[in-house]
Write a protein that binds this ligand. Structure first.
Ligand SMILES: [Zn+2]
Length: 105
């Protein structure tokens, strides 16, 4: 991870925020484990905006999905095994949005 984009005390802020929120994923409710910990995510994508209203606890998968949707992560960077599962979920939510828009017209 490139920590130069983060504030110096980011690791402490991140740890403290997850503790405060019960380490629960904002999107799916997954609780972080020692083996696969949750992460603290910047909602607006600005890694220096550490205000609590901009922070979200996310599990690795929801973090990845959010990153891809916002364009921060390219799907090409994903390991092959993960791709299928992640794509299914993204396509699923995109499809729902498209269908909804289509029906409203
Ligand atoms: Zn999640």
């Amino acid at each position: 991870m490139d920590y130069t984009k983060y504030n110096k005390n980011w690791r402490e802020i991140s740890r403290e925020f997850r503790r405060k929120m019960g380490d629960k994923c904002f999107d799916c409710g997954r609780i972080g484990t020692r083996k696969k910990p949750n992460v603290t995510d910047h909602e607006d994508g600005n890694k220096r905006n550490d205000s609590e209203s901009n922070l979200r606890v996310r599990c690795p998968r929801c973090h990845l999905i959010k990153g891809i949707k916002s364009g921060e992560i390219s799907p090409a960077q994903l390991p092959f095994k993960k791709k299928a599962d992640i794509w299914r979920r993204i396509k699923c939510s995109l499809h729902l949005t498209e269908t909804r828009t289509h029906m409203e017209q």
